[in-house]
Design a protein around this ligand. Structure first.
Ligand SMILES: *Cc1c(COP(=O)(O)O)cnc(C)c1O
Length: 240
């Protein structure tokens, strides 16, 4: 890529991060919280290392990748000394072995089966892997995430698995431009998060509610998210 184009895109990223931070601060205030209470993740799928490193130099200290292979291929080119890494994409059991121990958290645990596999490889490595359990809030056939009606039973079962620590919940609601619809989904998720937190399940610390992406992170924060995952609003439209 031409040098001037790289500089131009880096300048855009700097500006985007500034805008996102301002929006986050506003939405946090609207929900009675402070900007620091909301963690911003830079979602880096399909983004080249030069731009990810630029976002890190702007102060981003958490990145999220969807695919195990893509992350492992890219990470040697990233300045990750002061940056945490989360896996946020659907995880197949046969990929678990490669990712356990390589990221700080797996946010996309959507079955007891995959949780058991993560637990097994964590125990083998002598580590505990922090995870979020991913739920399907919109009940759309095509979406990933576990059935919300089984949330308590599932978290209770996953919490018993050795080598795993449940830290909260994640969701990707169905795409909608209807603000009311978005807010309803987010607030349902928040209510479930609070309900499960109140049950004080052993080995579960319901600290993190990961929801909200480029198009809806403001609504997600207002409804209670404390981790938002922002890709295209930071790096520009993805080119596959
Ligand atoms: C791609 C992705 C995001 C970010 O999406 P944008 O709309 O580009 O912000 C967030 N979460 C998950 C799980 C993703 O796959």
């Amino acid at each position: 890529m031409e040098k001037s184009l790289i500089t131009e895109r880096c300048n855009d990223i700097t500006e985007n991060i500034k805008v996102i931070r301002e929006n986050v601060a506003k939405a946090a205030l609207d929900s009675g919280r402070k900007a620091e209470d909301i963690k911003i993740m830079a979602v880096t799928k399909t983004v080249e290392p030069v731009f990810i490193n630029h976002a890190i130099s702007c102060g981003m200290d958490l990145i999220g990748e969807n695919k195990v292979q893509e992350f492992l291929g890219k990470r040697d080119f990233l300045n990750l000394e002061n940056c945490q890494k989360h896996l946020i994409g659907h995880l197949q059991t046969n990929k678990v072995k490669q990712i356990v121990g390589q990221v700080d958290m797996i946010e996309s645990v959507d079955s007891v089966k995959v949780a058991k596999e993560i637990g097994k490889h964590s125990v083998n490595q002598g580590i505990i892997t922090p995870v979020l359990v991913e739920f399907n809030i919109g009940s759309e056939e095509s979406k990933t995430g576990a059935d919300i009606n089984m949330a308590y039973e599932m978290i209770d079962e996953i919490a018993k698995i050795e080598g795993i620590k449940v830290k909260g919940m994640m969701t990707i609601p169905p795409f909608s431009l209807d603000e009311k619809e978005n807010r309803k989904n987010f607030s349902n998720m928040y209510r479930l998060f609070i309900d499960i937190k109140a049950k004080k399940i052993d080995n579960v610390s319901m600290d993190i509610l990961s929801m909200g992406m480029s198009n809806d992170y403001r609504e997600a924060i207002v409804e209670g998210a404390n981790l938002i995952r922002v890709g295209s609003a930071m790096f520009g439209a993805r080119m596959y």
